[in-house]
Design a protein. Structure first.
Length: 423
């Protein structure tokens, strides 16, 4: 039996169609995909200027745009106020789904079925990292604990005074959001977590496990490459023909890019010559260039800066391997799916749910250790045909049609749960 279409109010991360973050891009993909089954009204609340021509998916999609919002007193506070001003319209939908965990307190006020996506630690950690002092896993927030952690994290991340001063200001202003999100978490009908470890961390601070369903990202079909007709050849990794490694993402301390840079000499010591392509920008870039100069590896690093999707997809396909050296538990890791869709095997730090995402299509290593990273690259090269062969089966887990079915089931269950509770 065909499931009935629902009238869904959808709240994306920032402005769909023009975001540069993983969550913003995934919001756009969700709008495009979910509109195949349901009627969506997308509520855009953002400090950006929304470019109407860039908004995705117009068939069965309407937009309610509140842009150019003030940054004061705090960006999240002004977004919440803007969304609350649409309460009457929101309560007219069969379901309201926020793809940003910043709106849990707002969803809690609505008299209709509600669903919040847990795609970051924003609702339970002012620094949005769930790392105490930016170094170790956190056991949960507390007023005094967070007050000390915010400045300590800014110092320990070493992303530059201007960047970290801004980050500390934003983090301090999120404390009320964290407090209210935890206090009112049971007033939201259901949650979607991107990974099991993210669900477990939220449960650890008081969220009801039975309300949280794990549904991962799906891959962006625009990154897809056809399976090769013959088995991929093992990279030679010589000075004349180096193995081509790709890093794509922001250049920040938590991404561990400095570890990757330091791994290049360790690879040479193992007889593996590599050329590293870097796609991204960020506050750590100047420091990374200094590291490359000190190590004498500058001639083996190609800087691409920020790349639009088409250019980035091309870099994935040209790479022999994608390397993710992150040192914290990311909520998911969308770049992994981009690599897999491009038929590029992966070398990744063993953090969060990376093992479940990568599977046999790559090799994991202990985060923060350049020698183990180098050993993982060496192992990937030795096992290259087998790792490439595993990509197809691993990718199938994250197929858009598979994830869409899970979302439709969750939407239906959320509405039924709210009906039973009389909300």
């Amino acid at each position: 039996m065909t499931e009935p279409n629902l009238d869904v109010g959808f709240v994306p991360v920032e402005c769909p169609g023009q975001g540069k973050t993983g969550a913003a891009n995934t919001s756009s993909l969700l709008i495009e995909t979910l509109s195949h089954r349901h009627d969506l009204t997308v509520y855009v609340v953002t400090q950006q200027e929304a470019r109407r021509a860039d908004l995705p998916a117009r068939d069965r999609v309407e937009y309610v745009v509140q842009d150019d919002l003030s940054m004061l007193p705090h960006p999240i506070a002004t977004k919440q106020d803007a969304l609350r001003s649409k309460r009457a319209e929101l309560e007219g939908h069969d379901l309201v789904h926020s793809y940003s965990s910043a709106f849990i307190p707002t969803l809690a006020t609505l008299d209709c079925p509600t669903l919040a996506t847990l795609n970051s630690y924003l609702a339970v950690c002012p620094t949005a990292s769930f790392r105490y002092h930016g170094r170790e896993s956190c056991s949960g927030p507390g007023p005094l604990k967070c007050a000390g952690c915010v400045p300590a994290t800014a110092i320990n991340r070493r992303n530059g005074a201007e960047s970290e001063t801004k980050a500390a200001y934003l983090a301090a202003g999120r404390a009320p959001l964290v407090k209210e999100s935890i206090e009112r978490c049971d007033e939201v009908t259901a949650y979607q977590a991107l990974s099991p470890h993210l669900r477990d961390d939220y449960v650890g601070v008081g969220f009801d496990r039975d309300r949280i369903r794990v549904i991962p990202h799906f891959y962006d079909e625009r990154f897809c490459a056809e399976p090769p007709e013959t088995k991929p050849a093992r990279p030679r990794a010589t000075a004349e023909d180096p193995v081509r490694l790709l890093y794509a993402g922001s250049l920040r301390q938590i991404k561990g890019v400095d570890v990757l840079f330091r791994a290049l000499p360790a690879l040479s010591d193992r007889g593996v010559e590599a050329e590293l392509h870097v796609a991204g920008t960020g506050p750590l870039e100047d420091r990374l260039r200094e590291i490359a100069d000190t190590l004498g590896t500058g001639d083996r690093i190609v800087w691409h800066g920020f790349l639009e999707r088409e250019e980035l997809a091309s870099q994935y396909r040209k790479a022999d391997a994608f390397v993710y050296p992150g040192v914290i538990d990311e909520p998911f890791g969308r770049v992994m799916l981009e690599a897999l869709a491009s038929r590029t095997p992966i070398v990744s730090s063993d953090t969060g749910s990376m093992a479940a995402i990568v599977g046999d299509a790559g090799v994991l290593f202990e985060p923060g250790d350049e020698e183990r990273l180098a050993a993982a690259v060496e192992r990937l090269i030795a096992e290259y045909p087998a790792r490439c062969d595993a990509i197809g089966d691993q990718l199938a887990t994250f197929a858009p049609e598979t994830v869409l079915e899970e979302f439709c089931d969750l939407y239906r269950e959320t509405v039924e749960t709210a009906d039973r509770s009389g909300r």
